[in-house]
Design a protein around this ligand. Structure first.
Ligand SMILES: Nc1ncnc2c1ncn2[C@@H]1O[C@H](COP(=O)(O)OP(=O)(O)OC[C@H]2O[C@@H]([n+]3cccc(C(=O)O)c3)[C@H](O)[C@@H]2O)[C@@H](O)[C@H]1O
Ligand SMILES: Nc1ncnc2c1ncn2[C@@H]1O[C@H](COP(=O)(O)OP(=O)(O)OP(=O)(O)O)[C@@H](O)[C@H]1O
Ligand SMILES: [Mg+2]
Length: 280
């Protein structure tokens, strides 16, 4: 199977059923949490557009927060405004510009490093989302997809700091197809992914590979469990690319797990221990 065949194999889901299932799970998850609804940060990119659409179908109690900064392209703000208007109207959203808070943090940290300030931006957004969520008695609905989560391409406790990840089992390429299926405007479906944490940043530029290649490699390595040489040969990509993807997955393990507790007794209370339901 070459790259294109692998991708069509990957893409080949029944998106009607996927959409119906995710909407149902989101509705159930919110109900079981005891919270009234859900809030999502809407950036103008595909992941948040898909999650916002699913959320608006799962419950009437949804809220969209637009949190632009100076590095957010004007077109993204416009697309996020249009999308949220289409989904819920102006009374279901708010725009909070974050540059003032970013400047404040930057002046205390005394760093010009775009990564330091960029990750701070993602954590400032998380802080605002949680504050609004608590005010409304809502959950924070996350937008991470399987590609970003596996590659560790998210800010720990920033956009990674959420209550639930409805599209976390869909690769980026699949999220785009689901978006098209859900009626997300085509300009968002085809827009290149970007965290927009600094000017000109693109996901594929920073990662050094396209999401299509990344998804095919991830699928072959971690779902089909094929060896690196076999994957490189099958997809017609350089072995160094496969090894790079492996390295990204390995190095980001800490982002996908709760912080390690150094055990003094039998179990770690944040991972392999649950409050026994029978006692409730
Ligand atoms: N082994 C280990 N065990 C426990 N913790 C460990 C650790 N290694 C690092 N850490 C901690 O993790 C921190 C590094 O992680 P983090 O702060 O996330 O920072 P980092 O992974 O360096 O940067 C985040 C990356 O995600 C990208 N991003 C961010 C936000 C959104 C999106 C998007 O796609 O929209 C993408 C961003 O462009 C950048 O490339 C370290 O400073 C350290 O505190
Ligand atoms: N300007 C913003 N306003 C509101 N939320 C934002 C903003 N920028 C980022 N976020 C939040 O952080 C999440 C992570 O950003 P990310 O760029 O990965 O997602 P996206 O823009 O929805 O899709 P893509 O990955 O294709 O760019 C967003 O989905 C959104 O929830
Ligand atoms: Mg984006």
């Amino acid at each position: 199977m070459d790259l294109q065949q692998k991708l069509s194999h990957l893409f080949n889901l029944n998106y009607d059923i996927v959409a119906e299932y995710l909407v149902k799970r989101l509705r159930e998850y919110i109900a079981e949490s005891g919270k009234k609804g859900g809030i999502v940060g809407v950036s103008g990119g595909i992941d948040s557009a898909v999650v916002a659409t699913l959320l608006s179908r799962a419950t009437h109690n949804y809220f969209f927060l637009l949190l632009p900064s100076s590095s957010t392209p004007a077109r993204d703000v416009q697309d996020a405004l249009e999308l949220t208007e289409m989904l819920g109207g102006r009374d279901k959203r708010e725009v909070v510009e974050i540059d003032g808070i970013v400047r404040e943090v930057g002046s205390r940290v005394k760093s010009e490093d775009p990564l330091v300030l960029g990750n701070a931006k993602a954590r400032i957004r998380m802080t605002l989302l949680y504050a609004f969520a608590q005010k409304l008695d809502y959950l924070v609905i996350g937008t991470g997809d399987k590609s970003e989560i596996l590659l560790g391409y998210f800010t720990k406790y920033g956009d990674g700091g959420v209550d639930v990840l409805p599209i976390g089992d869909l690769y980026k390429t699949q999220v785009r197809l689901l978006g098209r299926h859900l009626g997300v405007p085509e300009k968002i479906v085809t827009k290149p992914s970007s965290p927009a944490l600094w000017e000109g940043q693109t996901a594929e530029g920073e990662l050094g590979l396209s999401y299509e290649v990344a998804d095919a490699i991830l699928y072959s390595r971690f779902e089909e469990m094929k060896g690196p040489e076999e994957v490189a040969k099958e997809l017609g990509v350089d072995i160094s690319l496969v090894r790079r993807v492996d390295e990204l997955v390995m190095r980001s393990q800490h982002k996908r797990l709760p912080p390690e507790i150094f055990r003094l007794s039998g179990r770690a209370i944040n991972s392999d221990w649950r409050y026994p339901r029978a006692w409730a």
